[in-house]
Design a protein around this ligand. Structure first.
Ligand code: FAD
Length: 442
């Protein structure tokens, strides 16, 4: 019996079967995706993960790996009676290696814990996102998470110097040396980045670190439209060497956040579009961009922490404020910079008359379209994703494909690519036991 075999591996109290306890693992952050778990198992280390996977493999029971359960595409919650493998207890934080500027952490370590841990060594981790208190490094590697600092440091893929993982049958791979150079064939670490728990379970990650930024400047800039926002961004790309974030949001989203959080907007007057720029260093380069741009209708600059946090709250509050309206349809999409304005127009006309709350990462052409009250969410998803593909974009810029978008993958991946992906899946997980139905359709 699987339950007692697993109890022998992890201890009885780490095999959860009480329906009231399972509920939290069975529903995603948005409340849109939910399913039934056979049980939840919470191993403490990589050896126990291997034992769990071996037992599930022998019993032919599918497994859904779960980190912080902040994913937004349904990839980390069960569908139909799988075992949920929670990595939350693998939260070790290894010593910072200051010479290599790297650190090895457990897959279950939260992003916030990693930020705190490496700060003590005068270093920083280059990825940040609003779900930092719950999102885990293993989940972020598995979704190739992006977040708020991609213009400067890149996505998760750029931060991973190595990892350790367990295959579906319990075999282990460990590539944690963090070698900056290594020309020994296929990049297994890179293959697992963005694989959404379909190829192996990540147990530890060797992360690259960056020098700590001692001085930050943040500006919220009001502009007339997305084209004006792109012009200001273009100037900032040239003038601001430490440009770290370029976030965009709109007045209806700002009002929603201010109401939800009970905070004041950045300006007494309402403007159509807001661009939030964050840069390392002092305010001078940003001020020269603002002074030299005819597009700027208004601006607020902050250099001290409380004032910077106040400006960031307008952008970071969007996801939770949208969720408070009800279960949203969330579409994380990206288009090339040249297509941003045309895509934004098309998106608005596709979504109307439903309510659209739009925000995103302007520097990457990455929009988060949140739709409330869509009459037929699946039909709207298809229409929006087809528009994205027609503009040469991606149907998932940073959240992953999950179950939400698996059927739409052929819009952006060719038949040759899809068959290589299916063969890759078979090579790593011949029994199809890891996260079935996620990323690739069954
Ligand atoms: C408020 C909010 C803001 C967000 N902002 C951003 C943002 O700016 N940028 C962004 O990219 N994302 C963002 N997200 C989405 C989410 O935080 C990321 O997708 C994150 O990477 C998920 O991490 P997690 O630990 O919660 O993973 P989970 O949700 O638990 O899992 C996500 C996927 O990874 C798999 N997985 C988890 N752990 C492992 C493991 N150890 N081994 C193998 N597979 C595993 C799961 O099976 C699932 O497919 C946000 C979410 C919220 C709620």
């Amino acid at each position: 019996m699987l339950e007692s075999t697993l109890a022998a591996v992890v201890g009885r109290e780490q095999v959860l079967t009480d329906p009231a306890v399972l509920a939290g693992f069975e529903t995603d952050w948005t409340g849109r995706f939910r399913g039934r778990a056979r049980l939840v198992v919470r191993p403490a280390d990589a050896g126990e993960v291997a034992g769990v996977l071996r037992a599930c493999h022998d019993a032919r029971i599918p497994v859904v790996p779960q980190g912080g359960n902040t994913g937004l595409v349904g990839g980390g919650v069960p569908r139909d009676g799988e075992v949920v493998l929670s990595l939350a207890r693998l939260d070790t934080l290894g010593p910072v290696d200051p010479v290599a500027a790297q650190v090895t952490v457990g897959a279950g370590a939260t992003l916030a814990a990693v930020h705190r841990h490496v700060a003590a060594a005068g270093l920083e981790f280059g990825v940040d996102l609003a779900a930092r208190d719950s999102a885990t490094i293993g989940g972020m590697v598995s979704t190739n998470a992006g977040g708020l600092r991609v213009p400067r440091w890149g996505s998760m893929r750029a931060q991973v110097a190595g990892l350790a993982a367990v295959l579906a049958d319990g075999r282990v791979i460990s590539r944690l040396a963090g070698l900056p150079k290594d020309s020994t064939g296929y990049d297994l670490t890179g293959t697992l980045v963005g694989s959404e728990g379909t190829l192996a379970v990540v147990t530890a990650v060797r992360l690259r670190l960056v020098p700590a930024t001692r001085r930050w400047t943040t500006a919220t800039i009001a502009v007339a439209d997305i084209v004006a926002a792109q012009r200001v961004l273009t100037a900032a790309r040239v003038e601001v060497p430490g440009l770290t974030s370029a976030e965009v949001f709109y007045d209806d989203g700002l009002r929603l956040v201010c109401e939800h959080r009970g905070i004041a907007p950045p300006f007494p007057t309402a403007y159509p579009v807001y661009l939030l720029l964050d840069c390392a260093g002092d305010a001078d380069p940003l001020i020269s961009v603002l002074a030299g741009s005819a597009e700027v209708l208004d601006s607020a600059i902050a250099v001290d922490e409380p004032a910077r946090r106040a400006l960031w709250a307008h952008r970071e509050g969007h996801t939770e404020a949208v969720n408070a309206l009800g279960v949203p349809l969330k579409l994380d999409v990206g288009v090339p910079a040249a297509a941003v304005a045309a895509f934004e127009r098309e998106l608005r006309s596709l979504v109307a008359p439903a309510r659209l709350v739009l925000f995103g990462h302007l520097a990457e052409g990455n929009f988060h379209a949140n739709v409330i009250g869509a009459e037929d969410p699946e039909e709207l998803t298809g229409a929006v994703l087809r528009a994205v593909a027609a503009h040469g974009g991606t149907i998932s810029a940073e959240h992953g494909v999950g179950t939400a978008k698996a059927r739409w993958l052929p819009l952006v991946r060719s038949p040759v690519e899809l068959s290589l992906m299916a063969e890759t899946k078979r090579a790593w997980d011949p029994g199809g036991l890891l996260n079935p139905g996620v990323l690739l359709q069954r």
